[in-house]
Design a protein around this ligand. Structure first.
Ligand SMILES: [Zn+2]
Length: 101
């Protein structure tokens, strides 16, 4: 499997230059109970559709960034650096709604 992923610094590159670091999650409250902590550590949404993910450009500029990727087609809809994403997250939900499959 191969597709193009666009690094915010370097532009479009083969996905094999990058390391996938999982979907974006939100940390539980300051003092989570065991169930909240287990959900955070062990469970992911694993959507069939668009999800926000962490990526690392390991064979390039070594920057961490966020991408919105359709897991069904590997189409990358958007990439952004985390600082910008955090500012926008304050105004909008962090994870967009995904279509039912
Ligand atoms: Zn890069």
């Amino acid at each position: 499997m191969s597709f193009l992923l666009s690094c915010p610094n370097c532009g479009p590159r083969d996905v094999n230059e990058f390391a996938y670091a999982g979907e974006v999650t939100s940390r539980p409250a300051a003092s989570p109970d065991v169930r909240e902590l287990a959900d955070y550590v062990y469970f992911r949404r694993n959507v069939a559709g668009v999800q926000r993910e962490w990526w690392y450009h390991r064979f390039g500029c070594e920057v961490w960034f966020l991408a919105e990727r359709d897991t069904r087609t590997n189409e990358v809809l958007r990439v952004e650096l985390p600082a910008r994403a955090e500012a926008e997250a304050a105004q909008a939900p962090a994870i967009p709604e995904t279509p039912a499959v």
